[in-house]
Design a protein. Structure first.
Length: 461
């Protein structure tokens, strides 16, 4: 069987049409279907297609309350295994028969399980089915999708409900495929304005005069890579040319040097922005920090020549306040004071670099993200546009390095930037992700079944 990213489990009490929907999705009658409850006993898997979605679907035995050692209890255990394996569960109810106490009992179990669930109200053909679909709201598992598995109605709405989970599963699979090579060194670029002590710092860190230094600005022209080991951690340090304001960069060699520095930042995983403690956070420093953030690198601020600062306690408090005010895009960024000439502060710098590297690689489980999203949108709902509330359906982490998330909504272009910032700040606070850029992408993809709507009086084929 071809390995597919998205796995969907179909569950529900006996005789609600699970196997009929399974056959509809796989495109052939492979599961036994009969009006007698309990025909399906073992899990059955198949390759399903719905529009342009391809996924693995699992048909399960009917959920029934029974003793664990009984046949029905063992069948339910198989269903629970399928739910644990799936990325999303389709919880089928019979819209014609209406909700039963068994439906409500298992809805509560699914809700407590914290796994994504889509309620599917089956047998919605005819007037009686529409009322049954509305009744399914009582389960408290979100908007029910009204379908008729036997007649193939409502497949467009089912596609729209599944599509965000398909994209999330594909991205999660790619994320799992990222190999973290234990022998791969951590790449750290030392960047900043000219003559702030970048080469001096590297010489002190590695314990030898490896790089040419001096009082003259602009000695370093190439980006020099140096391999080093610190406390069993393999490190590759990049010394870079100082970056002046663009208007002052006139010589061709200096332009090439700046280009090499930009390349080093893009190649690095952590960027240490060095500043002269007596002239920190000037306009050029802020522009370099902004560049690092736009490139998505982890960030550490190093304040060199700290031995020359008077009233250090007051100066540090002032610098941290200015950092918080001037760098809102990376709240909590570590600020390390040091004297590179004497080697002071180098250990604190390396500890800070490894810590932000951990945040840069941070991953959050999809279940935790969606529980947080539900609470965040209830606490501060998205705005209404033209009388319609924007609804964010689902969120998942699509990659780390830096932490990147995708939120799915049908009205992505209408969500204001202020609300996106609210979500990003909420992610930082809830999952403890300081000091690194966080990217939140809003996604909306077209439903291929939409073009069929209207051909059958508004019902997709």
């Amino acid at each position: 069987m071809v390995q597919m990213a998205l796995v969907v489990a179909i569950v529900g009490r006996p005789n609600v049409g699970k196997s009929t929907l399974f056959n509809r999705l796989v495109g052939q009658r492979v599961a036994l279907v009969d009006d007698m409850p309990g025909v399906t006993r073992d899990r059955r898997e198949g390759e399903a297609n719905l529009g342009d979605l391809a996924f693995r679907v699992i048909d399960t035995a009917g959920l029934d309350e029974a003793a664990e050692e009984s046949l029905e209890g063992r069948m339910r255990a198989q269903t629970e295994m399928a739910i644990a394996e799936a990325d999303v569960t389709l919880f089928l109810v019979d819209a014609r028969a209406g909700l039963t106490p068994v439906d409500e009992h298992f809805a509560e179990l699914l809700r407590k399980g914290g796994r994504p669930v889509i309620v599917v109200a089956n047998k919605c053909e005819g007037r009686g089915g529409e009322a049954g679909a509305l009744e399914a709201y009582r389960l408290g598992l979100g908007d029910p999708v009204a379908v008729s598995a036997e007649h193939g109605e409502g497949m467009g709405d089912l596609y729209a409900a599944l599509e965000p989970f398909d994209a999330a599963a594909a991205e999660a699979q790619a994320l799992e495929g990222e190999m973290n090579d234990a022998d791969k060194p951590l790449r750290i670029a030392i960047v900043g304005r000219p003559n702030v002590g970048k080469s001096t710092l590297i010489n002190r860190i590695i314990g030898e005069e490896r790089l040419l230094t001096g009082p003259e600005a602009g000695i370093t022209r190439d980006s020099i890579a140096i391999d080093w080991v610190w406390q069993d951690h393999k490190i590759k340090l990049f010394d870079t040319a100082g970056m002046r304001r663009r208007a002052r960069v006139t010589e061709k060699v200096e332009k090439l040097s700046v280009g090499e520095t930009l390349r080093a930042i893009r190649f690095a995983e952590v960027a240490v922005v060095m500043m002269d403690a007596g002239e920190a956070l000037e306009k050029q420093d802020l522009q370099i920090v902004d560049l690092v953030c736009r490139e998505g690198r982890a960030l550490v601020l190093a304040l060199n020549k700290w031995d020359l600062v008077e009233n250090k306690k007051e100066a540090l408090a002032d610098l941290k306040e200015r950092t918080h005010r001037l760098l809102p895009q990376v709240p909590g960024v570590p600020v390390v004071t040091m004297t590179a000439e004497q080697g002071r502060g180098t250990e604190a710098l390396m500890k800070a670099a490894l810590k932000v590297y951990g945040h840069w690689n941070q991953r959050v489980a999809t279940g935790e993200l969606n529980r947080w999203l539900e609470a965040a949108t209830q606490r501060h709902p998205p705005p209404a546009v033209r009388g319609r509330r924007i609804r964010i359906k689902y969120i998942t982490q699509t990659s780390a390095r830096p932490p990147t998330f995708a939120a799915f909504t049908q009205r992505a272009d209408k969500l204001p930037d202020s609300y996106v910032r609210y979500l990003i700040n909420g992610l930082r606070e809830a999952f403890d992700i300081p000091a690194v850029p966080i990217r939140l992408n809003l996604r909306k993809r077209e439903n291929p079944y939409d073009q069929d709507k209207g051909a059958a009086k508004g019902k997709p084929k």
